[in-house]
Design a protein around this ligand. Structure first.
Ligand code: SAH
Length: 467
């Protein structure tokens, strides 16, 4: 993060605008909206700025800028078209640690102005850190169109109840739960439909009907976080990720996905590398039960899909036994995510009529897989957790009759910016693993469909669309 967004209380505070043209007028207008008192200095003053000065909080002074103009100000914006003046304002302000913004010149600034969506008291600031103001503005217009103006009225209404709610509920978790249900329930609906008086009454009723010390029962959300690219999350996954108080995630879940969980949620990494289980499965199951019993909303975030080689079944089994409510959200499993981003359709009318997902995690190195069923020519076989056993897998497939020149693809860290894809055959792929130092997590795709990658690959090695 290059800049920390802060919200500045400017009510009745003196701010200086250097410059009297159109841009200066725009900046002064914005400061005025925040309740500032504004002094404008410039040798020439446009009609626009004269118009603005009809407001008693704006004063104009038709002179050249000089250092004394900064005295007593809490911030300054330089909006002249003379570089030397802008530079002087910047240097003078920096010398006395006065926050300064020079329009369109980030190196001269100590603060930058974001694009703003104003639904006061809700104010959303969007910034590109000076890299692309146009992009920030485009994002702003998207947000403008999706956030109803009534959110401002809702914010104002609930603001009046903050203290009462604090008094009623001593714990932060309870208060949060209360507000979440109010802000997503009929109170919000009433405000959105213009019935603010009714909304206020309803909020009072709800508050009266709640006894402060009840512990609400917790819940567990078993959510598939997909193979890595956060764009592949479902809407439901995202909603629950934003709602949960505590998050338990695996090593397999990408950082970008973990970052989409609520900022202030407690995050617990329960590890699970292939052979070094940070927390044994039993303990994870028990932890889920304990946290939910404390009344917490617990997100169990898994890589891919929770029901595909994810032990999701075992975890909710324990929850069901203990009568804890839960919901399960599917995720894009590695096979579909990786094959898609590698340009390899898992089935194809000409090459493969079926696909099998197999665990390549060979227990004690022994092979109890139904090899005879895996060697049909027109079947794609996808191995999860197969990298360590790849040599054995290839040998066994050849031994049971699959051609040694059957194409094989390895997709390492599929769908992430670190995606790497390697192709070879049952005979050659092991050498590639060694020479390229392929690492987990890697998915193995065996079958003729791998050949299609050459024509259908649409993402580059970094899992991004090819230029
Ligand atoms: N529940 C997960 C699978 C867990 S098993 C899912 O549905 O995807 C772990 C194995 O999944 C890894 O060993 C690897 O073979 C595969 N895998 C998961 N994410 C992957 C990724 N982003 N790229 C490549 N393989 C991945």
């Amino acid at each position: 993060m290059d800049f920390l967004p802060l919200y500045f209380d400017l009510k009745d505070k003196p701010c200086l605008v250097v410059g009297g043209g159109e841009i200066a007028t725009r900046k002064a207008t914005m400061l005025l909206k925040a309740g500032a008192r504004i002094h404008v200095v410039a040798p020439e003053l446009s009609s626009g700025i004269h118009e603005l000065a009809k407001d008693s909080r704006v004063t104009l002074e038709q002179i050249e800028y000089s250092r004394e103009a900064l005295d007593g100000m809490v911030l300054v914006i330089a909006a002249t078209n003379v570089y030397d003046v802008n530079l002087a304002v910047s240097e003078d302000a920096k010398a006395i640690n006065l926050p300064v913004n020079v329009v369109d010149n980030p190196p001269l600034c100590t603060f930058i102005l974001p694009a703003i969506i104003d639904r006061s008291p809700i104010v959303i600031a969007v910034s590109s850190g000076g890299k692309s103001p146009v992009l920030a503005r485009l994002i702003r217009s998207r947000l403008e169109s999706t956030i109803p103006a009534a959110y401002g009225r809702l914010g104002a209404l609930v603001g009046g109840f903050r203290d009462a709610v604090k008094e009623r509920f001593s714990s932060i978790n309870q208060r949060r739960g209360f507000w979440e249900s109010v802000l997503q329930g009929d109170v919000a609906e009433l405000v959105f439909s213009g019935k603010e008086q009714q909304a206020k009454q309803r909020l009072e009723e709800i508050l009266q009907s709640q006894s402060g010390d009840e512990t609400q029962p917790g819940e567990v959300y078993l959510v598939g976080g997909g193979p890595g690219d956060p764009d592949l999350l479902t809407f439901r996954a995202l909603r629950l990720m934003q709602q949960a108080d505590v998050v338990l995630y695996d090593r397999l879940v990408s950082e970008a996905v973990v970052d989409m969980t609520r900022r202030d949620a407690e995050r617990i990494n329960v590890g699970k590398a292939r052979s070094e289980h940070t927390l044994p499965q039993e303990e994870i199951n028990d932890l889920l039960v304990r946290l939910a019993k404390e009344g917490r909303r617990v997100l169990r975030l898994k890589g891919g899909d929770p029901f595909i080689f994810g032990r999701g079944g075992e975890e909710i089994d324990k929850l069901a036994e203990n009568g804890i409510p839960f919901q399960v959200v599917p995720g894009i499993t590695a096979a579909t995510g990786c094959s898609c981003y590698a340009g390899i359709p898992l089935t194809h009318r000409d090459y493969a009529q079926s696909v099998r997902f197999i665990t390549g995690h060979l227990k004690n190195g022994s092979c109890q897989l139904p090899w005879n069923e895996l060697v049909h020519k027109e079947q794609t076989v996808v191995f999860y957790m197969g990298l360590v056993g790849l040599k054995t897998i290839c040998e066994k497939l050849i031994e049971h009759g699959r051609g040694a020149n059957t194409p094989v693809a390895l997709v390492q860290q599929g769908t992430t910016p670190s995606q790497r894809v390697f192709t070879g055959t049952l005979e050659t792929i092991n050498a590639i693993v060694e020479s390229e130092q392929v690492k987990a997590p890697t998915l193995i795709i065996v079958g003729e469909v791998v050949l299609l990658r050459e024509k259908l690959g649409w993402a580059d090695d970094a899992g991004l669309p090819e230029a």
